[in-house]
Design a protein around this ligand. Structure first.
Ligand code: SIN
Length: 507
């Protein structure tokens, strides 16, 4: 494929939903979705909890959901964005239901709404404990029925191409690795949408799959896009502890909403010492309380206690969690489940306005890779799938309305790549990747503020990586991903440093 009207990069909920919305509204436009692995391999596929939407206007209200979101975000949310997202939620939810996504109902046919940390009401629509997989399956089915959408698996985008036009950077195409034919290629596009997800793999302990290497953030920052709030990495309090596991298996927050307790070695609940909401405080508070307990006890984990819960009900809500636990010999009805906080979600990202536009012309960002202003310092549970839907919709509306004024950039005769892509360079990068993951994990755990030391080490790893590129004169997909991880790690540390310096000036 040499050109497409719209190039969408990434195949989680945001990218797929955006493609569907434009694809249906404008059958005359060509849309290509590039994903670096198989289409299903995304954070969305792993999402257990669900989508926070106000559906019960007697007990609940938009205002309560807005207040919960603002409170969780610690004063850093954009209130206008929060209102827009929460008011739009029912409409976007209905669109998901229209394409076949099913959410659990109780025996009287009413939504079976879950409760999660920081929510003052039950308002999470879910499909057992595999909400993301249910959504992803239906989005993929719908994509296959739309003839103007081409889904390209095993296509890793390296960088977006930009040109300066009337003093403004303009996005004109993308360089990518066709992993199937082992070639680096170029595609022209009138508009590009980044929906590449998060960067959890920068950390040693994370719930994110191996593909979560922060590619979109790195690509956008190299192109000159504004990146914001990357220091706000959210740690999920209840990942199942298994030594040397990557990624960690998640025990959904919905399990605590269902009544599970967090207990220490003495089987005592302890979160109440930090917050009267106990286990249902927001994730930042619960994770910090657990980390403190772990530090005090010297034990590498605390426990989730589900033994007092009705097991039949528990199993019907959480079959995949129960089955996973069984595979490692744990039975939630009689065993304590070891848990630990791990990196889960990137609250910051590529800065966008309410139409999902970055500061680069024709470049949009949606989903976890974007920073919309919804989450502030700490995302409210189950607000992320919602944000992805709303901003995918916003981008689709703006693109569909404005694309006719755009034209393709002229063909560039220079853009020919004859060198085949090299297969693997695993040992070399594995060693560095592990070092980076350990360093970043330690940085968050210890509140280390030796920024200079860390930034220097990232820089020397970057030099070594570039050195390899010059020596072998070939690129590998691992080299691209690892370079992206280094770029994003550097941004995270720099954003931390700026925050620390700013607060030093203030006080
Ligand atoms: C969970 O099920 O706990 C994850 C949901 C989320 O990250 O919002």
């Amino acid at each position: 494929m040499k050109k497409t009207d719209i190039l969408i990069i990434g195949s989680g909920i945001a990218g797929l939903f955006c493609a569907i919305k434009i694809g249906k509204k404008r059958p005359d436009l060509s849309i290509a979705i590039m994903t670096k692995d198989k289409v299903k391999n995304s954070n969305t596929q792993l999402a257990q909890g669900g989508i926070a939407v106000v559906t019960d206007c007697i007990e609940d209200s938009f205002e309560q959901h807005i207040q919960d979101t603002l409170k969780s975000g610690g004063g850093l949310c954009d209130e206008e964005v929060v209102k827009m997202v929460i008011h739009q939620a029912p409409e976007r939810l209905n669109e998901l239901i229209d394409i076949g996504v099913s959410f659990d109902k109780n025996k009287s046919g009413i939504w079976n709404l879950g409760l999660e940390g920081g929510h003052s009401q039950h308002r999470i629509l879910h499909h057992k404990d595999i909400s993301g997989a249910e959504i992803e399956k239906n989005l993929i089915e719908t994509i296959k029925q739309l003839s103007n959408i081409t889904l390209l698996e095993d296509h890793l985008v390296i960088d977006v191409d930009t040109k300066k036009n009337n003093g403004r950077i303009n996005c004109t195409g993308a360089f990518y690795c066709d992993k199937i034919n082992k070639k680096v290629k170029y595609i022209r596009a009138k508009t590009i949408v980044l929906s590449t997800g998060g960067c959890g793999q920068i950390f040693k302990n994370t719930t994110n799959p191996e593909i979560a290497t922060g590619d979109g953030i790195a690509i956008a920052s190299r192109a000159g896009a504004v990146i914001k709030d990357m220091q706000y990495i959210q740690f999920h309090p209840t990942a199942l502890y298994e030594e040397n596991k990557n990624p960690f298996f998640l025990i959904s927050e919905a399990v605590r909403g269902f009544g599970a307790h967090i207990v220490n070695e003495d089987q005592k609940r302890f979160i109440f010492k930090d917050d009267i909401r106990g286990e249902l405080a927001t994730r930042d508070i619960v994770s910090q309380a657990i980390s403190k307990e772990i530090e005090m006890s010297g034990n590498p984990y605390v426990y989730l206690d589900c033994r007092h819960l009705d097991f039949e009900e528990f199993y019907s809500h959480f079959p995949s969690i129960t089955e996973y636990c069984k595979t490692i010999g744990l039975h939630p009805e009689k065993d304590l489940i070891p848990i630990v906080p791990v990196a889960h979600y990137q609250c910051g990202g590529i800065n966008v306005n309410k139409k999902s536009q970055t500061n680069i012309k024709n470049l949009y960002a949606i989903g976890e890779c974007s920073r919309t202003g919804l989450h502030g310092k700490n995302r409210l549970a189950s607000n992320s799938l919602l944000e992805a839907l709303v901003f995918a919709h916003q981008a689709s509306e703006h693109i569909a309305k404005n694309i006719d004024d755009l034209s393709f950039a002229p063909k560039d005769a220079m853009l020919q790549f004859d060198e085949p892509l090299m297969d693997k360079d695993s040992n070399y990068f594995m060693k560095f990747k592990k070092e980076l993951q350990t360093m970043m994990t330690f940085f968050y755990a210890s509140n280390d503020s030796d920024f200079v030391k860390i930034l220097n080490r990232i820089e020397s790893m970057k030099m070594a990586t570039v050195g390899l590129l010059f020596k072998k004169k070939k690129i590998t997909t691992q080299l691209i991903e690892f370079t992206n991880m280094l770029t994003v790690a550097k941004i995270i540390i720099e954003h931390h440093k700026t925050k620390v310096l700013k607060s030093a000036v203030m006080y």
